[in-house]
Design a protein around this ligand. Structure first.
Ligand code: PAF
Length: 277
């Protein structure tokens, strides 16, 4: 199995993609089966499959885990080879932020960037949207694939592509789960053995919410909260929204989202459901 080409600059990317249509999976590395699923989803969507590996400093606030974020480039290349990635784009910070981290133009995520995750991490989505816009400018993909696990991120990136006319199709890919339901995440490795057991209650809460959906929003929230409480998990938020993160409507498709700290990591998860009329 021959490995992917590694590109560090726009010129190297351009030589490697050579006029074909491009499907793109942006990542911060530490690839797991969830990423493998994103890559496999993206594989048939373009002529050349590009994955980026870049731990983006601007989406971490001071005191968050930027320095400790797992960096596993060698293993990541193996996952990319397994998924049939043609090009791995692994830029330096200087390539991504030529004017430096403080002097760069940034993307304002608007009001949707200030709620839910944005209320807990106020500068996070500005960093995410800025780097995604830059990555799209460098990679110039026709289609880009993101996981539904980070649902607010996915929604904001859809808005970014629409509002800034990036000319890229944004495609969501279903969350990949461990056998007990825990959504896969690079940060799950920070869970202690005990917390790993408790972490399964986050997705169990979502399942309880789905089961209560015919009885409406209050029933969904109460069923999910009861499961979290039984594991001593106090969520940062537990909400039902419409699929675009606006107000949920009775009788319509909706989204149940939860975030909670379990031991060291904050766990994020969500599911779709259909509310009773
Ligand atoms: O979801 C991620 O891994 C990151 O937020 C992304 C989209 C690659 C931007 O750095």
């Amino acid at each position: 199995m021959s490995g992917p080409i590694i590109a560090r600059t726009r010129a190297e990317l351009s030589a490697a993609c050579g006029g074909t249509s491009v499907s793109f999976v942006p990542t911060m590395g530490a690839l797991h089966d969830g990423h493998l699923q994103l890559l496999e989803h993206a594989r048939p969507l373009g002529g050349t499959l590009v994955a980026s590996i870049f731990v983006n400093p601007t989406q971490f606030a001071p005191g968050e885990d930027f320095d400790a974020y797992p960096r596993t480039f060698g293993a990541d290349l193996e996952v990319c080879a397994q998924a049939g990635v043609d090009v791995v784009f692994a830029p330096t910070v200087a390539t991504m932020y030529p004017a430096g981290l403080d002097d760069t133009i940034t993307v304002d995520p608007g009001p949707l960037g200030a709620v839910l995750e944005g209320a807990v991490r106020p500068t996070h989505f500005r960093g995410v949207l800025t780097v995604v816009a830059k990555l799209c400018g460098l990679v110039r993909p026709d289609v880009a694939v993101f996981g539904e696990k980070d649902y607010q991120q996915l929604t904001l990136i859809r808005h970014l592509a629409r509002d800034l006319a990036l000319g890229v199709d944004v495609v969501g890919c279903p969350t990949v789960r461990e056998p007990d339901g825990l959504a896969m995440s690079s940060r799950n490795r920070y869970l202690s053995e005990d917390d790993r057991q408790r972490a399964a209650y986050v997705s169990a809460a979502l399942r309880a919410g789905v089961a209560a959906a015919p009885d409406g929003v209050d029933a969904v929230l109460s069923a999910a909260a009861t499961v979290l409480e039984s594991a001593g998990i106090d969520p940062d938020y537990l909400v039902v929204t419409d699929p675009d993160l606006g107000s949920a409507m009775p009788g319509a498709e909706a989204r149940l989202l939860v975030a909670a700290r379990v031991g060291t990591p904050r766990l994020l998860d969500n599911t779709s459901l259909t509310l009773g009329a």
